[in-house]
Design a protein around this ligand. Structure first.
Ligand code: 5GP
Ligand code: MG
Ligand code: MG
Length: 180
């Protein structure tokens, strides 16, 4: 698995330092409140697990799974709910935890077509990675970790054909991995 990586873009140490920083900012943001923290599966689950340990206000968590790229590296533009939330978001302060924002289509759908219609009190987004160069909709996270170049990355929850999620860092695959 490590042999498939061409270059490490962001190390495990850099990620952990950033997650701590984001957790501190969110703890200030939600002081005195009890946000519902929503993990967008599958990619965000590693970030979510590390992040909530750095949040010092009481939280509740839930999970939502949406279709994204399948085994491809490009967004189809079609977003589908595969697993919905278990709890109601009505009147709640909602924090969406994303792994990476690329085109922005997934998040735009979640915010505008799902959470706003269900009358969440507030909706904020924290993403660990952002690729602003590839945005096709006007959308920005409220809290962003690292801004990445326009490249397909894997690791720390992010997959290629369901592999590489367990790498503790973020890297770029060797070109031959895609062609084999
Ligand atoms: P978007 O809808 O913003 O284009 O992207 C939605 C999802 O596609 C992300 O949450 C992530 O799961 C996946 N994705 C986007 N860019 C990358 C990437 O560079 N690598 C991987 N592994 N997944 C990505
Ligand atoms: Mg995601
Ligand atoms: Mg994926």
């Amino acid at each position: 698995m490590q042999n498939d990586i061409q270059e490490v873009l962001i190390s495990e140490e850099q990620i952990q330092e950033m997650v701590k920083e984001l957790g501190e900012k969110l703890s200030v943001e939600y002081e005195g409140r009890n946000p519902l923290v929503i993990c967008v599966l599958k990619g965000a689950f590693v970030f979510m697990a590390d992040l909530i340990k750095r949040i010092t206000v009481p939280i509740e968590i839930d999970f939502m799974a949406v279709s994204s790229y399948g085994a491809s590296t490009k967004s189809s533009g079609v977003v589908k709910i595969i697993k919905d939330l278990d709890v109601s978001v009505e009147g709640r302060d909602v924090l969406i935890v994303e792994d990476i924002i690329d085109s922005g289509l997934t998040l735009s759908y979640l915010i505008n077509d799902v959470l706003k219609r269900r009358n969440a009190k507030s909706i904020r987004v924290v993403t660990l990675f952002d690729k602003p160069a590839r945005r096709t909709v006007d959308l920005q996270a409220d809290f962003t970790g690292f801004v990445l170049p326009d490249a397909f990355v894997v690791g720390y929850g992010l997959d290629y054909a369901e592999k590489y999620r367990n790498l503790p860092y973020i890297g770029i695959l060797k070109p031959e991995v895609y062609s084999s």
